[in-house]
Design a binder for this molecule. Structure first.
Ligand SMILES: Nc1ncnc2c1ncn2[C@@H]1O[C@H](COP(=O)(O)OP(=O)(O)OP(=O)(O)O)[C@@H](O)[C@H]1O
Ligand SMILES: [Mg+2]
Length: 308
């Protein structure tokens, strides 16, 4: 049996003549959180829908723990919170969750028990008997996430789970994801455009552009690859430090620090420490700038556009 819990091989999805997903191959290891990022229309939602079997690939194959995409066995392993969920007009929150539970194979009693527990966990108790179709966008998102968890899936596909949520709810959702991953060794594939928040939960970054996979890396490896040799330094006299280094290096002043670019950061570190020591300055901050997911995204896309 493969060590991977999802394997996608050369998945392609065409809508008429338009190729939305193009020869996309990806393998997911269990227990890891994968962030799938890319511009609007890149093919993220289409890829997730193919993993769920709700869209059939035009070509290519895939499996979920050895089961074909879209098979009953695969669907039992997967929990899915789609980008947009449509709710039945006449169902209350508890009825909807119960119904989704029964659809996923739980008995009536099990489904009700699980529905009630998720309603508590997602703080929807006051709304349990109201019609979901009339919920606010953020509340619907929570119901959609609860629905994805109803049958205790091993793998979660979350398509923009925090879109339209208020800051507290976003944090709650992300904390829930973190806790679930830790406690249940869940595998998660999560898409989001809010990269600053995504980078706090993911281990691995998958980037897609025009339907093609353009990055598939551990986040730390990707950061290392795109590292640009920038040192952020602050001392009790940044102006003097600036004067001593400018000319030799590219130095910029930021609000409370200076940013120095060098090909050899280790040598630069030694030099900064020497200047600090020789001028009797007090060093407050010295660290290498870690590339944010935002910058990584920008650089990877610029590289791609340069290749076109
Ligand atoms: N049912 C469909 N019929 C025709 N074209 C479609 C269909 N579904 C998606 N597409 C097209 O496929 C491309 C990929 O769409 P997809 O929804 O997967 O993008 P995405 O990466 O999820 O974007 P976003 O960040 O905006 O959610 C888009 O150009 C979209 O217009
Ligand atoms: Mg989408």
């Amino acid at each position: 049996m493969s060590e991977y819990c999802i394997e996608l091989e050369n998945l392609t999805k065409k809508f008429g003549k338009f190729t939305a997903v193009d020869n996309f191959s990806l393998k997911l290891l269990p227990g890891k959180v994968y962030g799938i990022i890319g511009p609007n229309g890149a093919g993220k939602s289409t890829t997730m829908a193919m993993i769920m079997g709700s869209l059939h690939p035009t070509s290519g194959t895939g499996n979920v723990m050895g089961h074909d995409l879209g098979s009953k066995e695969a669907l039992q392993i997967l929990g899915y919170s789609p980008e947009f969920t449509s709710f039945y007009d006449d169902m209350s929150c508890v009825e909807y969750l119960w119904y989704m539970g029964t659809l996923s194979g739980l008995s009536n009693e099990e489904a009700m028990e699980k529905a009630i527990s998720l309603i508590k966990q997602y703080e929807l108790v006051d709304h349990a008997h109201k019609k979901v179709a009339k919920f606010s966008t953020g509340m619907k998102k929570k119901v959609s996430l609860a629905q994805a968890m109803i049958h205790d899936p091993k793998i979660l596909l979350l398509d923009e789970p925090t879109a339209n949520l208020d800051p507290t709810s976003r944090m709650e959702i992300l904390n829930t994801v973190r806790t679930m991953v830790k406690d249940r060794n869940l595998t998660v594939l999560i898409s989001s455009h809010v990269l600053t928040e995504l980078e706090t939960v993911i281990d691995h970054v998958v980037m897609i552009n025009h339907g093609k996979l353009i990055m598939d890396e551990e986040i730390s490896t990707a950061q290392e690859k795109f590292k640009q040799g920038i040192l952020v330094v602050s001392c009790n006299n940044n102006e003097l430090l600036f004067e001593k280094l400018v000319g030799k290096y590219t130095v910029e002043t930021a609000r409370d620090s200076i940013r120095i670019t060098a090909d050899d950061v280790n040598n630069l570190k030694k030099e900064v420490v020497r200047v600090i020591f020789e001028n009797d300055l007090v060093l407050n901050v010295l660290h290498e700038e870690v590339l944010s997911l935002d910058l990584l995204y920008k650089q990877a896309l610029e590289g791609e556009n340069g290749n076109e």
